[in-house]
Design a protein around this ligand. Sequence first.
Ligand SMILES: Nc1ncnc2c1ncn2[C@@H]1O[C@H](COP(=O)(O)OP(=O)(O)OP(=O)(O)O)[C@@H](O)[C@H]1O
Ligand SMILES: [Mg+2]
Length: 376
Amino acid sequence: MSIFSDAIESLLSPIGDLLRDPSVTEVMINGPSEIFVERKGLVYKTENKFPSDDALLSAMRAIAQSVGRVIDNDNPRLDARLPDGSRIHVVLPPMAKNGTTVAIRKFSKEKLTLNDMIGFGSISKTAARFLDICIFLGKNLIVSGGTGSGKTTMLNVLGSRIPKTQRLIIIEDASELQVKAEHVVQFETRKADPTRGTTEVTIRDLVISSMRLRPDRIIVGEVRGEEALDLIQVMNTGHDGSMGTVHANNPVDACTRLETLCLMGDTKIPPDAVRKMVGSAMQIVVQCSRYHDGGRRTSHISEIIGLDVHGNYVARDIFRWVQTGKDPETGKYIGEMIPCGYVPTFFEDIMVNKLPFPKSQFIPPEWYIKMKKEAA
Ligand SMILES: Nc1ncnc2c1ncn2[C@@H]1O[C@H](COP(=O)(O)OP(=O)(O)OP(=O)(O)O)[C@@H](O)[C@H]1O
Ligand SMILES: [Mg+2]
């Protein structure tokens, strides 16, 4: 089945095979004659070429038009979602020095599941069960990571574990999440379009609306603006178990990033107070990382326990992915996710609710304790 009309399909024929190949997850075009793809997390150069920059540009124009947008000298950047859910971003010359530059993140119908992730070694079974328990207990949870590290995929998986009886409201810039749940309401932002007289509707506007729509939990696909403050307030005011993703390199950075975003708006709340709010709203950070071997893994699952006496965020790792070696043939990292020996502050909730997660599950394996000792 094709996602494009016949006209677009013929314009895109130079990369048709890549678009059809299910093992290709991303197509990157750096001008007409340099095309790369991502397969299993690694980037490869292809032999595909467009006959000219004009041919490539025509294809991009047609795609833009098909989704009601324009790409030309006055609008040299396009950020759009294709009818099948794939994401495309285009930048034209002269800003793009290589010629028309494009990345297509292909939409895969087969969304990864928690079991897939366990199978890939991206997360351990025990850690996955622990996250299930956090979600069941309504812990606020932020998925943090760099670009393309697997944040949205993780949020999708975690959102699908929310108990059936709850009403979820999902807010995104461009709909990507496909949370499998019974009671889901989904929102998408809108850009202003003066030619049609439509105004902008932001993530922040939609968070405010969703508060009035009786949510049990609110999920913000990507927190990257002043809506952070609203989400933090949501998390602090009884909509426990809300979730979102944020761009950050480690769990403490995720807190700092949210704090910075909170202060971006015209808030009258003093910075110190914002920091306290972030410290108390944040409970669990799931850190996604893309490793040099192409693997995407959950590098940390940490609890944020608030601020120390100096006002710094305190994160405690509950699980971590630890590398123990490297396969000499494939270059793939060898390692596993292990508990770090830290028992989360809400362990009592786990016990009281008779959830099957004994304290012993937080104890690190012998080899790790030994490795630590040797390294010290
Ligand atoms: N654990 C995983 N193992 C293998 N591939 C994964 C894993 N998680 C995500 N992927 C793949 O990596 C790609 C990027 O994932 P995703 O869109 O979730 O990243 P992201 O961090 O949300 O990216 P962005 O910063 O662009 O929003 C997708 O093709 C996805 O299928
Ligand atoms: Mg994403």
